[in-house]
Design a protein around this ligand. Structure first.
Ligand code: HEC
Length: 105
């Protein structure tokens, strides 16, 4: 009996941690951001021409741009980047920002 109870607790814990991981940052990036920010975080040439202010994602970039500022830009849009606040949920925007910070260094 006791081991069955423990298994139940374990299964519940596993389910919770899978849910807590939530949105898949890479999938969201590939679907929404890649066409401008590219696979490697270096802006696509055509977009760079259209909006020279777009920068390569890098550790130096993330050091200059606070999380709150990036969150606002993605949510509300900035210049040629459209707002994603309606399209993506808050946890999806969090996940994609975590993904770019962890991936492009
Ligand atoms: C239509 C092209 C386009 C798409 C799609 C796009 N971006 Fe951008 N993004 C830009 C441009 C252009 C800038 C530069 C804006 C500026 O600084 O004037 C930018 C800037 C940014 C910045 C820097 C904001 C800051 O703090 O200055 C972040 C972070 C960012 N994008 C993340 C994303 C994420 C995440 C996605 C996908 C959910 C995305 N972008 C989709 C064009 C795009």
């Amino acid at each position: 009996m006791r081991s069955i109870f423990l298994l139940g607790v374990l299964a519940a814990a596993l389910t919770t941690s899978a849910a807590a991981q939530g949105a898949d940052g890479k999938a969201i990036y590939d679907a929404n951001c890649k066409k401008c920010h590219h696979d490697d975080g270096k802006p696509v040439a055509g977009i760079k021409k259209m909006n020279p202010k777009i920068e390569e994602f890098s550790a130096a970039f993330f050091a200059k741009h606070a999380d709150a500022e990036m969150l606002k830009a993605v949510k509300e849009g900035k210049d040629k980047m459209k707002p994603f606040g309606e399209k993506l949920k808050a946890d999806e925007i969090d996940a994609v920002l975590k993904y770019i910070k962890a991936t492009f260094k």
